[in-house]
Design a protein around this ligand. Sequence first.
Ligand code: HEC
Length: 180
Amino acid sequence: MRLRETCGVGFAIVLCAFSSGVQAQSLYGIGRPATATEIAGWNIDIGRDGSNLPEGSGSVSHGRKVFAQLCASCHGEKGEGGLGDRLAGGQGTIGTPKPIRTVGSYWPYAPTLFDYIRRAMPQNAPQSLSDEDVYAVSAFILNLNGLVGENATLDAKSLAAVKMPNRDSFVGDARPDVKR
Ligand code: HEC
C-alpha cells in the first residue's frame, strides 16, 4: 500500500513536470526536465525474470573474498547472521512453526538478490560495489545455500536461470491486469 501511494505521488510529479515544464521555467526561472541519462542513474530495477540485469559476471570464489571483506562483519563469515540478517540455510523450515527466513529458504527469485545487494548493501556504503562484485557476492550467497556450485560464475543469463527452492510456495498475483 505504501509503495503504491509513493508511486502515485511520483507519477503525478512526473506528469506535472512534463505538462507544465516550459511554463514553470519561464514563470519562475528554475527547474528543467530530467535528461534520459539522469533518469537512467535511478532506473536500476531488475525484473524478477532477470530483465535489466547488467553486463558482466562474477564467480563464487571472487564473491567469497568480497564477502569476507565487506559483508561478513555484519552477516557472519558463512552468512550465519549477526548484526545483519542470516543469509543462508533454513531450507524446509518455512512451513513449520519456527520458520528461518533466508535468501535460500525464502526468496522466490535469484535476480532480486542482485537488485537488493546493488541497491542497498553493504549497508554502511550502499551502491559502492561494481556490477562484477555484485554478481560475485550473489553467486557466493547462492553457493552458501547450495544453489550453485563452488566453481560457478554467474552472469545475467545464469543468475536468472537459478530456480529458488521456495518459488512455487508464493501465492500468485490475482490482479486481473497482471500476467501470470
Ligand atoms: C553494517 C552492517 C552490514 C553490512 C556491512 C552488510 N549488511 Fe547486508 N544487511 C544488513 C542489515 C541490517 C540487513 C537488514 C536490512 C533490512 O531488513 O532493512 C541486511 C540485509 C541484507 C540482505 C537481505 C536479507 C534478507 O533475507 O532480507 C542481503 C542479501 C544482504 N544484506 C547482503 C549483504 C552483502 C552481500 C553485503 C556485502 C556486500 C552486506 N549485506 C553487507 C547489514 C549489513
